[in-house]
Design a binder for this molecule. Structure first.
Ligand code: AMP
Ligand code: ZN
Length: 122
């Protein structure tokens, strides 16, 4: 089955969610899976991912936008657990080529543990 640019059976994040590819899991519930980024860009760098394969933000159907609430609820849960609630953190969602999205399975980057720069487009 082909979904947008990615065949589901070849999708790295689908494999991680299924457990056929290893990851450092930090959270899982019915709809969301979260794990450490393999190439962290901050002391805390966690990917928060819907279990259902959707390619990017625009691939989420209007009737399924509750997944955004689910993803941000997990961020609210994880920020204190990861020790970054008080110091602050950044949530990044890359969507498409200009944003340098490399994995076409929707995900939030949860970044923290350091003072970040002011530029968000560098
Ligand atoms: P993006 O550029 O927004 O699509 O982000 C994709 C992220 O996935 C990058 O930060 C990668 O380092 C990360 N990544 C790629 N493969 C893996 C993997 N096997 N396990 C954990 N993170 C990964
Ligand atoms: Zn996928």
């Amino acid at each position: 089955m082909t979904v947008g640019k990615t065949k589901m059976r070849e999708c790295i994040f689908c494999k991680i969610i299924k457990g056929t590819l290893p990851s450092q899991k930090v959270f899982e519930n019915e709809h969301v899976f979260a794990f450490k980024d393999i190439a962290p860009q901050a002391p805390v760098h966690v990917l928060v991912v819907p279990k259902a394969h959707v390619e990017d933000l625009l691939d989420v159907r209007t009737q399924d936008t509750s997944i955004f609430q689910e993803l941000f609820q997990v961020v609210q849960h994880l920020a204190p657990q990861l020790g970054i609630a008080g110091s602050g953190f950044r949530v990044v969602l890359n969507s498409g080529d200009h944003a340098c999205q490399t994995i076409y399975h929707l995900h939030l980057h949860l970044l923290g543990g350091t003072q970040m720069g002011g530029s968000m487009v560098g």
